[in-house]
Design a protein around this ligand. Structure first.
Ligand code: SF4
Ligand code: SF4
Length: 64
């Protein structure tokens, strides 16, 4: 088990702040609508969680 980032989609402002700080390029904002995390790339570092101005990214336990 390891932590993975999860975005609360309904509140995402699509600002892109999380995309810029992710060291694994695990986050994209398809069509400028809402951030999406690629769980296969995410290493659970938490940088995006700290960066999101809307505080809508959380780390959750997920199957490795
Ligand atoms: S927790 Fe780290 S690796 Fe995972 S999406 Fe956020 S910044 Fe990227
Ligand atoms: S930093 Fe937060 S509000 Fe901005 S795109 Fe990422 S999840 Fe959405």
């Amino acid at each position: 088990m390891r932590n993975k980032a999860r975005v609360s989609a309904e509140d995402c402002a699509a600002c892109g702040c999380c995309v810029k700080v992710c060291p694994r390029a695990a986050i994209t904002v398809p069509h400028g609508v809402c951030a999406v995390v690629d769980a296969d790339r995410c290493v659970g570092c938490g940088k995006c969680v700290r960066e999101c101005p809307a505080s809508i990214i959380s780390l959750e336990a997920a199957e490795a």
